[in-house]
Design a protein around this ligand. Structure first.
Ligand code: ADP
Length: 264
């Protein structure tokens, strides 16, 4: 705990004395430390691809100047690194946008069945490339919810994209939707959307930290897959903005399930 001490003199007709107050500023220190960590992480994440780009530019200007094969190979790597920086900046902007927003856009009603269908349609090429089957389990009746449709689209896209990326070849990713009369934690009627995969799963020790910015179970694999380490942090923020909750269940060797529960 950290305290800030304030001292002052009191002098009026009735008394003269010294007033000492102690202010608990632990939360300010924690916030400041988090800000410093965030800046350090962003700098590191940007510097890695930038250093690679500068190195390849130098090589192309010098030793590989007249080597057509090397030039093509290096340009491919440079495009990858630039793409990585681009995704990072995109996710940073998304995160700062949802963090800055106090409330969701009022009055918008989202039909979750349609949103899920549309998200999966957009992810079909990635799933096909990764050899992953996409499945849905949804009621015939529409499940409607007041929400920001762009943000919910991002939540479902991030979760389904992760399930495809980390779920492994020949796996299955299932998105299920259901309505609950009452979610015990939210104490309200709620919609439940689960994204499950049949991948290798996540060691339970990592689960509590998974939604922290830049937290990755396997950094090398995440980078290889084009990850920024911000996807689940964005998901958590958006779900919180909608007064919902995110539940993560996983067991090594038995896949993972990410469930978003939103009040209806
Ligand atoms: P990234 O951009 O690295 O994918 P995320 O915030 O989306 O960042 O996810 C954080 C980490 O959680 C990932 O790096 C990965 O290690 C792990 N992860 C997320 N989803 C899954 C999943 N479905 N199966 C296994 N690991 C996952």
């Amino acid at each position: 705990m950290t305290y800030r001490v304030h001292c002052g003199f009191i002098r009026d007709v009735a008394r003269t004395g010294v007033l000492v107050t102690f202010e608990d500023v632990t939360h300010l220190e924690t916030a400041e430390q988090m800000r410093r960590d965030f800046v350090a992480n962003v700098s590191h994440e940007l510097r890695t691809p930038l250093t690679a780009l500068l190195g390849f530019i130098e090589t192309l200007q010098g030793p590989a100047k007249n080597d057509a094969a090397a030039r093509d190979r290096f340009l491919g790597i440079m495009a990858n690194e630039a793409g990585r920086m681009n995704r990072l900046v995109r996710d940073l902007l998304s995160l700062s946008h949802v963090e800055a927003q106090e409330r969701i856009r009022p009055g918008e009603v989202v039909v979750l069945n349609d949103l899920i269908t549309s998200v999966l349609r957009n992810l079909t090429p990635l799933a096909e490339k990764s050899g992953v089957a996409l499945k849905t389990d949804m009621p015939d009746t529409p499940v409607k919810l007041p929400a920001d449709s762009d943000q919910l689209r991002q939540v479902l896209t991030n979760l389904a994209e992760n399930a495809i990326k980390y779920g492994g070849q020949n796996g299955t990713v299932t998105i299920s939707l259901s309505e609950m009369d009452r979610d015990p934690a939210l104490r309200a009627p709620a919609a439940r959307i689960s994204v499950s995969d049949t991948g290798p799963g996540i060691d339970p020790v990592h689960l509590p930290r998974l939604t922290e910015r830049f937290y990755r179970v396997d950094s090398h694999r995440s980078r290889e897959m084009g990850g920024t380490g911000l996807g689940l942090a964005i998901v958590k923020h958006i779900v919180n903005r909608h007064r919902g909750r995110l539940k993560i269940e996983s067991e090594l060797g038995h896949g993972s399930r990410f469930t978003v529960i939103l009040p209806l």
